[in-house]
Design a protein around this ligand. Sequence first.
Ligand SMILES: *Cc1c(COP(=O)(O)O)cnc(C)c1O
Length: 451
Amino acid sequence: MHKFTSETQIVADEIFEYALARLKMDPPILDSPRTAQELAADAGSTITEDGLGGTETLRLFGEVLAPACISVDHPRFLSFIPNAPTEYSSLFDLIVGASGLYGGSWLEASGAVFAENQALRWISDLAGLPKGAGGVFVQGGTLGNLSALVAARDHLRHQNKDVTRWAIACSEESHSSITTAAKVMDVDVIKCFVDSSGRLTGASVDAAIDEYETDTNGRAFAVVATSGTTNLGIVDDLRGVGECAKRRKIWFHVDGAYGGAGLAAPSVRHLFDGIELADSFVVDPHKWLFAPFDACALIYRDPPIAKRAHTQHASYLEPLQSEEGDWNPSDYAIHLSRRPRGLPFWFSLAAHGTRAYTKAVEDTLRMAKVAARLIDAHPACELLIEPTLSIVAFTRKGWDADDYSKWSDRLLHEHFAFVAPSAHHGEPILRFAIVNPRTSEADITEILGTL
Ligand SMILES: *Cc1c(COP(=O)(O)O)cnc(C)c1O
């Protein structure tokens, strides 16, 4: 099994051929889900004592399993937040997988960690954080938010030893992962109202925290602002919320899992004014920065605070804590073993240069505007709000939730497009999340043509 034989060579050629063919598809096939019964009938039992052999297992994947996986990089996949990795980043992922890299410590992967840190530096500089800022690539925004909030509470706990009940303040529009983090941490959530444009403001945070702290014996340790809500792409008043956090001496976390990529686009950079006040923030390169799953950039203003909260201690780990100044990615989140998952993003960013990233983000922003105008011109559709970033929310006049689901299912099963319905204030809506530079005006026009 651990030997590069002539059979391995055959499978290697087949795998490279498969990977290249998939990468060259423009567009790929959208594909659609199948039931477990259907898959069992076609794939059978794949785990056997003698093994199926590489060629047969690859055939099974290509013919049965892969077609039951939706291509999230399809230009007409506009649901949730899609994924649109550059060819370079997907290709380099093959090398990351083939190279025996352990990305948890400087000792074991200094070269990889050095490269990941340069990619993090680019994002950190775009946000205007100080030179000492730094962090780690974690699995996704969910783990990034949780890790940041754990560091925040640890920090506040050291300063307020008598507090026993803690809370996170966030907007009613913040991502579900914040509530999940609070549940894992067993802390309260202070839900703050948003203003008429859907933004969280400092005044709203102040009012909600004052009320919570008066009514309970609890204490807020962090406020989370969102720089690009998942549903509508709205950016909170980061300066107002950040200044409120400074005044209250609590942690300011910015969740930019989706929208943080907008920092690279001059046309919307002003919306992020105040992000430089953040104590921590996250951006998912697997969302709008054209990297493959799974990669979230988690960045701290003052990394030693995070290190104190997250470093694992054990006799067998002591050799890793050697040199002063060595950067161990494991020390900055809830994890230990990790693949250097920031490398595919780094490779593509290094190879293409930052200007190409700025252009790609601007292109998707422009396509969102185009989509908004096409919706305006559509007799049966109505724009919900003017897009702030690259999410375009709208409704189809006279349709209820059932109509939306049926339409969405039909388009998916015809392998035509995937636009999952969502809701706003309890009412069903549609949304195009445009992060794929290949999504064209023709794609949008054709989808709208089915409404
Ligand atoms: C997607 C998203 C998350 C969660 O990120 P994952 O990478 O899916 O874990 C958190 N916050 C916001 C605003 C998001 O859009």
